[in-house]
Design a protein around this ligand. Sequence first.
Ligand code: ATP
Length: 330
Amino acid sequence: MATHKIAVVGGDGIGPEVIAEGLKVIEAAGVDVQLTNYDLGGARYLADGTILPDETLDEWRHHDAIYVGAVGAPGVPPGVIERGLLLKMRFELDLYINRRPFLLKGPGGHDFVVIRENTEGTYAGEGGFLRKNTPHEIATQGSVNTRRGAERAIRYAFELASTRRGHLTLVHKTNVLTFSGDLWQRAFDDVAKDFPDVETDYNHVDAACIYFVQDPQRYDVIVTDNLFGDILTDLGGAVSGGIGLASSANMDPTRSAPSMFEPVHGSAPDIAGQNKANPIAAILSGAMMLDFLGEADAAAAITAACNAHLDATGSTTEIGDLIAGVVRGH
Ligand code: ATP
């Protein structure tokens, strides 16, 4: 049995609490892991200014995966942790796929997946100020879209759709964003030729917001750009049972670098340290990590246990114990 080397960043607030439960469940599934803990996040930044040293990134390249709780703390200026830690990790390790699955509560339990391009768009950091802090101030924030970047996200989404229900929706705003939208649409149409069995659709992002609320059953796999994906996946979390259940993967499918797995939610300082946070999102993120590491059976057992207990109530550790117990008895 392979030992998987995992870099663990519990992070801030509820991050360490939910990651502890995720690791408990991984152990219950009988998967052999070797953990390296990294003290990073908002609290570390406030303590000594460290955000994400290059040496740490180099060490991570020798791990199989990175498992993150949540980073961010009150008192840290906006953007410091987001750009310096999360975006740096995505860009430096080229984690170009952000994969977020959703399971709707209720009979039938329809599930769908959003594939968000994770390294370009308005997040690339292109732009700047002119005449800052004057009445004539100008700020620009460009959207960077490369054919290669769009195409590799789209291809990944087609491949995923072909292993599921064979339906892929492109979400963009091609009627207004006529340059980036055009590039995305042409890349989508070209890649579609390689997947004749996948049925395709297109929604403007504003329409997609309505469908997410009123008719999410129409979706199987969605592919979209970085900013639309960010917003749409928070909406996905809200319509599918809440932020405490939403898991995510930041992936390099080529495996040149370790992929990173984290719950969608943040550090939730309002409930930190109270054993109140729902650990399911972190546990499901751990299951995605195991699946990516080739531990398909363990991943399926954990996912099934979580899906059977989406309504579980209790403390963080009680829910973790419950899921670990179900997985152990599997
Ligand atoms: P950050 O700045 O780190 O993103 P935030 O408070 O702005 O933190 P979240 O951490 O996502 O954003 O929290 C938003 C709300 O959702 C908060 O009221 C928080 O208590 C709640 N919340 C987030 N995660 C969970 C969870 N796992 N279980 C229960 N409630 C949660």
